[in-house]
Design a protein around this ligand. Sequence first.
Ligand code: ARG
Length: 483
Amino acid sequence: MIALQQALWSGRFESGMDDSTLEFTSSLSVDSKLAFYDVMGSLAHVRMLKACGIIPAEDADAITSGLKVILGEVKDGSFALDYSLEDIHTNVEFVLTSRIGPAGGKLHTGRSRNDQVALDFRMYLRDEALAAAEAMDGLMMALVKVAEDNGDTVMPGFTHMQHAQPVSLAQHMLAHAFRFSRDADRFLDAFRRMDKCPLGAAALAGTTYPIDRRMTAESLGFKEPTENSMDTVSDRDFVNELAFCAAQAAIHLSSLCEELVLWSSQEFGFVEMDDRYTTGSSIMPQKKNPDIAELVRGKTGSAVGALVTMLVMTKGLPLTYNRDLQEDKAPVMDSMASVRSCARMMSKVVSTSRFDKVRMAEVTSRGQINATDLADYLVTKGVPFREAHGIVGAAVRHSIESGRNLEDMTLEELRGFSDRIDEDVFEMLPVKRCMERRDSYGGTSPGSTDMQISQAMEQIMSRDETIRQERQLIGNCWKSLSE
Ligand code: ARG
């Protein structure tokens, strides 16, 4: 049985909690990760209580000093957790009060664990969102670097996993890069939407004390306080949104990984990953396995799982706080940490991989990947595209049957399909030319990929500046509260 006086709410109970109740309801193993934010939130709260004259200055000062000592312990890892206390909020308040005496009991004036936990988790996820955006940009940068060196590296572009049209490796890498750019943007968008401070919503209805919510919001680096107290303590859409951002980023990562796994197979032979980021087999000495890419692909399962967990868990909850909400932390803490480490690992894998340009070019030239270009050629000679499609289809059939590429047929053979074909057709058919000529906006030509590289770099730089500014603002708040 747990000693009754240790619970923050013991007054109306005759007996303490059964051990099994404590074990079942405790969130400490998860919310201990919020310790830093919990103490910062309390420092801002007590500063406001003092400024508004809600508690005596000397009590506020004692609380502040006590909290600063706890903060130091949290930072150096020496803050001892007491598992007979149900969560991190109780732990901090209990230790504070046991050290400074009854003044510690005044910290919770005008506040509830309901707004406290909403605040702590927001501040935690605010940092996570910035870190995730930064990690996405790191990976994007690695992809852009590969693109910079490969504007003229020709490779097959696929649809339905069939050779479709020639593209450059730059175009392919940039396709992934812009996906990660949107992921990074999504994390920052979510950040902006959660930039409102829950503190002062109290249990659900606000408080009778003359608190100053703008002051606490500002002390903690939020743009403004949340608008409605009931919404504040009951909703977790900011958690759900980040869970989606993480799941979507994981899906993008998984797609990149799937390709790298395929490309590093003997059948493709497009890429060789660096020894430092591959593993071997315990039985087959020749093996070099793309385990990192496979693990990243595998971790997508838990990232999507975290989103589904959150959506189902929050579905149909009545206003306002319900204990179900305690289940919000573990899945999203995990998926945010996982997506960040996946992006970091993949940026190392990408930037150290060796792409086999010769193999890619050779594979692209095999077959009829330039068939669209032959049709486009006929269009320039006045043949309607639909008719040209049929003519080239017949030429492709002949090419397959005779085991030769389109560009390896003689002019006479080609003219057998259309008398509009002339000698200049052979300028159009080399696969590299096909790639270079697709210079429409966003297309695969070197001019277009150069422009995309500039666009990608601008996006990275602008987010980098935003992340730096936000971190500075938050860092200044921590400094001011803890000094
Ligand atoms: N551990 C709780 C959570 O994570 C803290 C809030 C508890 N509030 C309450 N009314 N029991 O949600």
